[in-house]
Design a protein around this ligand. Structure first.
Ligand code: ZN
Length: 89
């Protein structure tokens, strides 16, 4: 076996290893994002009792805040959020 063939095989193995590592890092990042997202999967919509996918602000917090970019009101109190389905959020 020539030394150049060994070099080519070694480089191929290295490429596959780096590619696998990149895929693994990407997969791990996606997994972390999914776990951090705020969802209300097991709860029911406050309006129609369909399975809720979103937590919506009820607009009743006396200490309500406004988002500086969007101007949308929001609350720092989790008690003012209720589960809503996609049709009612
Ligand atoms: Zn609904």
């Amino acid at each position: 076996m020539s030394s150049s063939l060994i070099l080519i095989i070694a480089l191929s193995v290295l490429h596959v290893a780096v590619f696998s590592l990149m895929l693994w890092i990407r997969f791990r990042r996606d997994e972390a994002n999914g776990a951090g997202r705020e969802t209300a999967k097991v709860r029911l919509c406050a309006v129609c009792r369909e399975p809720a996918t979103y937590l919506g602000y009820d607009g009743l917090d006396p200490h309500e805040q406004r988002h500086p970019d969007t101007g949308r009101p929001y609350s720092v109190n989790a008690a003012h959020y209720q589960p809503l389905c996609a049709a009612h959020c």
